[in-house]
Design a protein. Structure first.
Length: 505
């Protein structure tokens, strides 16, 4: 209860200061601000900036006043810098949101200010801006926790991520790296002749992955739609339309549980390359990994949990069928469902009453995968596990699929794409039968896609990865790896007490 009353007292005091500022004629939330240099540029280039007048902006981190001088440290995206403020003769123009040092008691940590002055070094050698004019840009009504206090509760950090990023600068930097990850992805694809085309998020029939979709309703058509679980089928329609190298980056939605590696909403990328096969795609994607991760993190050597991973070394290739045989003594191509269930039970893995062979074999593989440092390519996946991929001509019970395994995770998925409309229809029918039998993650039958294939789609390779690649190499969980993860709504008692007249539920 004391925490609640303390926050209320602090907020009430800031509201009092807000009223006093308004009484002086100060607009505490002006629309305009000026900046000539970032704080980091001033700090990093002192020899160039020494004695020059600059205008900088930022959020106040700390205020220290000693008689007629004060030291105010502010932060922008590029770093921190000290403002050296001393009493002067000039009167502030309150109508322009200006303040004098006599008004310093009206400022608090968390406020945003604009400062104009010369770049100097103080007597202690601190690079600073000597204030000639200070404008208030935003009056903060709640105190920001200090870096020492931080948050005591992980859920509170995730709920108020805007505070978390202010207090923990490393968290803010994570999302600059996340941006670099996707920028490098685009750069690599664009430089190799790919065209980015944004495809729909709302779909009549969703497919391209094994996942339970979200359902929504479009009032204009009075029809239910699905949020896409994959970019795949619309992008492959573009191959049928004449595009030869095409990709999309954007969110996809899978109505499944949270885990350290999965979120129901996340950003993903898929590319499709006409006249290329899985072997060309594998070589291409290996280079793409190296480029994107080097651009994002500045290295190809990583310590990921207990795994030491070096992406610069040659990547091994593991045969799916042989790997299952070596570990469990069963052949996934001709074993019975009972044998799969026995292998699951023998290895203390979950066995569901509605288990089908594809799901069971996948669980057995994942039990192996969790201990693989990589990088490896998993190849020659059984046909019954990969309904959208081309078969291997020399091994027709397996498919031309390639998956990278790094630090115990599959970090992408690639195929020689199936373009035989009759074979694709048969596989869709089999998937629909699984769906009708109760498997909500089985693929839907998309007859329009079959029609496109009947008009003709060239041989092609396709690939997809999600931001899980970034999370793994950043060394964070899925929720930590996105700026604003979904959480159950919760309004704490402190907030309720501050807005007693507002309906919050």
């Amino acid at each position: 209860m004391r925490i609640m009353s303390t926050l209320k007292e602090l907020r009430d005091e800031r509201l009092r200061k807000l009223d006093e500022l308004k009484g002086l004629g100060v607009n505490p939330y002006p629309a305009t601000a000026v900046r000539t240099h970032s704080l980091g540029y001033v700090s990093d280039n002192f020899d160039e900036m020494d004695g020059k007048e600059v205008t900088v902006v930022g959020r106040i981190k700390s205020i220290r006043k000693f008689g007629k001088i004060a030291f105010v440290v502010i932060r922008d995206w590029s770093g921190d810098l000290q403002m050296f403020w001393k009493a002067g003769d000039a009167e502030p123009n309150y109508a322009n949101s200006e303040l004098s040092i006599a008004n310093i008691s009206l400022l608090d940590s968390g406020d945003f200010i604009e400062v104009t002055g010369k770049v100097i070094k103080t007597q202690t050698g601190e690079i600073s801006v000597e204030v000639t004019r200070l404008r208030l840009l935003t009056k903060a009504l709640r105190p920001m926790p200090t870096e020492q206090e931080g948050f005591t509760n992980k859920e509170e950090r995730l709920r108020r991520r805007y505070v978390d990023m202010n207090v923990n600068h490393d968290v803010q930097l994570r999302f600059y790296r996340r941006s670099r990850f996707w920028r490098a992805t685009r750069q690599f694809l664009d430089e190799h002749g790919f065209t980015e085309v944004n495809v729909p998020v709302l779909e009549h029939t969703t497919g391209g992955a094994d996942a339970n979709p979200f359902v929504t309703h479009m009032d204009a058509l009075d029809q239910d739609f699905y949020l896409r679980i994959s970019h795949e089928l619309p992008l492959k329609r573009l191959l049928g339309a004449g595009f030869e190298r095409v990709y999309d980056i954007g969110p996809r939605f899978r109505n499944e549980n949270y885990s350290d590696e999965h979120l129901p909403e996340h950003v993903a990328m898929e590319w499709y390359w006409a006249y290329a096969d899985w072997e060309a795609g594998m070589a291409f994607q290996e280079e793409m990994y190296k480029y994107v991760l080097q651009q994002t993190f500045g290295t190809l050597q990583f310590k990921l949990g207990n795994f030491e991973v070096d992406l610069s070394k040659p990547w091994e290739k593991w045969d799916y069928v042989q790997t299952i045989k070596d570990h469990y003594g069963i052949n996934p191509l001709d074993c019975t469902l009972e044998a799969v269930k026995k292998a699951l039970a023998d290895n203390h893995l979950e066995v569901e009453q509605t288990e089908n062979k594809a799901r069971g074999i996948d669980k057995l593989w994942k039990n192996i995968r969790k201990d693989v440092a990589g990088p490896i390519w998993l190849i020659n996946t059984p046909l019954f596990i990969s309904p959208l991929s081309k078969t291997n001509p020399d091994r027709p019970d397996t498919v031309q699929r390639f998956q990278p395994v790094i630090a115990g995770s599959e970090l992408g998925n690639g195929f020689s794409e199936l373009n035989d409309p009759q074979e694709q229809l048969q596989r869709f029918v089999e998937q629909q039968q699984m769906r009708d039998a109760g498997d909500d993650e089985a693929m839907m039958l998309d007859i329009d896609f079959i029609e496109m294939l009947e008009y003709g789609m060239p041989p092609a390779c396709g690939w997809g990865w999600s931001e899980r690649v970034f999370w793994i190499f950043e060394g964070v969980t899925a929720r930590e790896g996105v700026p604003f993860p979904q959480l159950r709504p919760d309004i704490d008692e402190t907030t309720r007490s501050l807005y007693p007249g507002v309906k919050l539920d």
